[in-house]
Design a protein around this ligand. Structure first.
Ligand code: HEM
Length: 440
């Protein structure tokens, strides 16, 4: 995404992605509050209601929130197709997704079918709107680049994840009969490997070379990785469902290798950066990819190493590495690129020649990004150790998670607030441009 490739006519109003970006960090804070409230018991099993609530505060409230907001922003730029009625689409996704994530968390905690039914209605509406809006845009893409291919695979995977999630919710809400454990495994894999990893890959093909000034990803990788992973996921799902254990294990190993290959390729490209001045978001990319690689290795080894297969903490470590280490880190880093850039871009486009527009670094000083990174990293390490020694470290981990969430939220709100103030000041001296200013 750069100013040369983005025109004001193409770009949706700033409020469209911003509402998602400003909401998401507070779900980290809610997750921290839940962890502090339930304490070390959360780490007793991945199937506990509090654990499932915590998982979805992160996967829906934080991850899906930012990923869908970013897609609404990116599609016109990367794919060249405008999502129709962007403000309405954003509201119809953002409000039900936010409420749905909250209601689902409460449903897990109190186990009431009525709350599950409410959550499913809200999440069905939010994801239904998102899937229709984004699919329509993606299938009309004039040029089918590697990114478009990966985004299509990611969106297909989101459809499967949400379908399985709704079915699981139906089990709790209406008593649907289904093999819950297998369906949960499939839902988890499609959510973390299909939706999350393939979306991050599709975005990485564009932004890693552009923002980190690296060579491009190999073109065969760009075109082949996502479709291959999607085919493997389908094969793994069929084999798992049909209880073909060895074949499913081998396909699972191939999936883990694929994920590891993406992480290693990205880490390698980051060593080839042509600009030697450190970029503050580089640390997020490195941490994210190192966590993904560690998660892939753990996933690869667990079925074959009895000591790991029998250790209950392994599932926890895997979940923390993939959700908090991989996804939350890369999203946190990307937010620091996207939000100041969009604020600068919309100010520039609307106040050019009328008022002085601050640079991106003035909108969000690098020092704030670097400091929040240390809070993020401390949280990741504390969570990993807490999974093994919950009685000692659960509360410090919860506190660190709360701090990193608030810090991210405050940093992003500060950009939004400065944007509004400068726009209003500009408006005061340039009343002629009222109509255009309101677009922001
Ligand atoms: C409509 C949206 C969704 C609904 C209704 C939903 C519902 C559920 C339910 C009911 C379970 C628990 C199954 C059980 O206890 O047996 C579950 C597990 C899980 N879901 Fe979702 N989900 C949704 C979206 C997502 C997304 C988008 C992701 C990830 C990106 C995700 C990740 C997970 C994970 C990782 C687990 C397993 C948690 C664990 O084992 O502790 N979910 N989901």
């Amino acid at each position: 995404m750069n100013s040369a490739g983005l025109s004001l006519e193409q770009a949706p109003p700033f409020s469209v992605p911003l509402r998602f970006f400003l909401t998401a960090p507070w779900f980290l804070v809610l997750a921290a509050a839940l962890l502090a409230w339930r304490g070390p018991e959360v780490f007793a099993s991945r199937w506990l209601p509090a654990t499932l609530a915590l998982t979805h505060l992160l996967t829906l409230g934080f991850m899906a929130q930012v990923m869908l907001g970013a897609l609404l922003q990116m599609l016109p730029v990367v794919v060249g197709v405008v999502v129709p009625r962007p403000r309405l689409a954003a509201a119809l996704i953002h409000i039900p997704l936010t409420l749905g994530a909250l209601v689902l968390a409460v449903a897990f905690l109190n186990g009431s079918p009525a709350w599950f039914q409410g959550a499913l209605g809200l999440l069905g509406l939010g994801f239904g709107t998102a899937l229709i809006a984004v699919h329509l845009a993606l299938w009309h893409a004039p040029v089918v680049s590697g990114t478009v291919i990966a985004l299509r695979c990611a969106l297909g995977a989101l459809m499967v994840t949400v379908g399985l999630g709704l079915a699981l919710g139906g089990f709790f809400g209406w008593g649907f009969s289904l093999p819950v454990v297998i369906v949960t495994h499939l839902h988890t894999a499609w959510g973390l490997v299909g939706w999350t990893t393939l979306l991050v890959a599709g975005v990485a093909y564009q932004v890693v070379p552009m923002f980190q000034i690296t060579p491009p990803y190999p073109s065969a990788f760009v075109r082949g990785f996502a479709p291959l992973m999607a085919v493997l996921l389908v094969a793994w799902s069929v084999l798992t469902f049909g209880d073909w254990e060895t074949a499913a294990r081998l396909t699972g190993a191939a999936l883990a290798l694929g994920v590891g290959l993406f992480a290693m390729t990205t880490l390698y490209l980051l060593t080839q950066r042509r600009r030697k001045i450190g970029d503050p978001t580089l640390a997020y990319w490195r941490t994210s990819m190192a966590s993904l690689l560690a998660g892939a290795l753990l996933w690869l080894l667990t079925p074959w190493v009895p000591a790991l297969a029998q250790a209950p903490q392994v599932e926890w470590l895997l979940g923390i590495l993939l959700i908090f280490g991989f996804a939350v880190a890369v999203i946190n880093g990307m937010l620091y690129k996207i939000v100041p850039f969009l604020a600068w871009f919309h100010l520039q486009a609307q106040l050019l020649g009328r008022a002085k527009v601050p640079t991106m670094k003035q909108l969000l000083p690098e020092v704030r990004i670097r400091r929040q990174f240390w809070a993020y990293l401390a949280t990741l390490l504390l969570l990993l150790v807490a999974a093994v020694h919950p009685s000692v470290l659960t509360y410090p981990a919860a506190l660190a998670l709360g701090v990193t969430g608030i810090w991210l939220g405050v940093n992003l709100w500060a950009v939004g607030w400065t944007y509004r103030r400068i726009l209003q000041d500009g408006l005061a001296i340039a009343p002629v441009r009222d109509n255009q200013v309101m677009r922001g």
